[in-house]
Design a protein around this ligand. Structure first.
Ligand code: NAP
Length: 283
């Protein structure tokens, strides 16, 4: 793996960095602007936000202020559940573009499948229209199970490029990963560091990291990349933003990969996408 700027080829030909910064629960204003600035200075070239995070304006501002050409930075944002439906989805994307201060989004995701199939399918149709209009470069989904994806494909004939799901050593999503591989869908892990529950992770991870002169967090992030999973670890701390990106100068052995694989217990911290509707805050 070449390094921070290593890219995955999406099924629509767009190239997406495999590594980036997540900004869930990062406050609009100085906090998000600083996080994005630290990340860009450390070499990150992907930022993952969402309408729901209410920090798109700060993400856009920090990107502009970096003076890095727009086309060198990959911006992902997401359509919130209450904006499913064709017209609502078009308007929501336009609002995100305005807040970001950008004329296109690199990857636009349906944040959750929601419970209303008609509205979900209409949102996907809108996203395909936005792609045709070049307001977004790639169309994807998040928290979708294979049955949700199959439904989009059979209704509209277009396979999402990315599915962003909760994935970490306690919830390694092996079945979904197998399905995604078959369909050429790139999986991005949200909560790659146990979604803020790193302290619950077993000491084994620190021991594995230690063998390579790395931390447990770095060992976990490396495990994702070696599994072909793209990652968007979140931190607001400069030293951790740097630490999380310092994972391209070592390789976990097959044996260590297997030990981390063995930690799976299908434990998700987030809600089940089949029952998650509109009303949750701070999972
Ligand atoms: N699509 C979805 O439904 C969905 C859901 C959740 C998240 N996401 C996306 O995925 C991104 C990442 O997931 P996440 O934010 O839930 O969780 P995460 O990246 O797994 O973990 C973030 C937490 O770990 C801490 N942390 C970061 N680096 C660390 C390190 N090296 N050592 C120790 N602690 C560290 C952070 O604290 P500090 O900030 O204090 O360093 C924060 O509390 C989000 O920011 C968001 O962009 C998407």
């Amino acid at each position: 793996m070449a390094g921070l700027k290593d890219k995955a080829a999406l099924n629509d030909g767009v190239k997406m960095p495999r590594f980036g910064l997540g900004v869930y629960l990062v406050k609009e204003g100085a906090e998000v602007e600083n996080s994005v600035r630290y990340a860009l200075e450390a070499g990150y070239r992907l930022v993952d936000t969402a309408a729901f995070y209410k920090n798109e304006a700060g993400v856009g501002k920090a990107i502009r202020e970096s003076r890095i050409p727009r086309e060198e930075i990959f911006v992902t944002t997401k359509l919130w559940n209450s904006d499913h439906g064709y017209e609502k989805a078009i308007r929501a994307c336009e609002k995100s573009l305005k807040l970001l201060g950008m004329d296109y989004i690199d990857l636009y995701l349906i944040h959750w499948p929601g419970l209303n199939r008609d509205d979900r399918l209409a949102a996907w149709e809108a996203i395909l229209k936005l792609k045709e209009q070049q307001k977004i470069r790639s169309a994807g989904v998040s928290n979708f199970k294979p049955h949700h994806i199959e439904d989009l494909i059979s209704e509209h004939g277009v396979t999402p490029s990315v599915d962003q799901v909760e994935l970490h050593p306690f919830n390694s999503q092996t079945e979904l990963r197998r399905y995604a591989k078959e369909k050429s869908i790139i999986i991005t892990a949200w909560g790659p560091l146990f979604h803020g529950h790193l302290s619950e992770a077993p000491a084994t991870l620190n021991a594995i990291g230690g063998k390579y002169g790395k931390t447990g967090a770095q060992a976990v992030l490396r495990w994702h990349l070696q599994n072909g999973i793209s990652i968007i670890p979140k931190s607001v701390k400069k030293h951790r933003i740097i630490e999380n990106a310092d994972i391209f100068d070592f390789e976990l052995s097959d044996e260590d990969m297997k030990v981390i694989d063995g930690l799976n217990k299908d434990k998700a911290y987030g809600p089940d996408p089949d029952i998650m509707d509109f009303g949750f805050v701070n999972i």
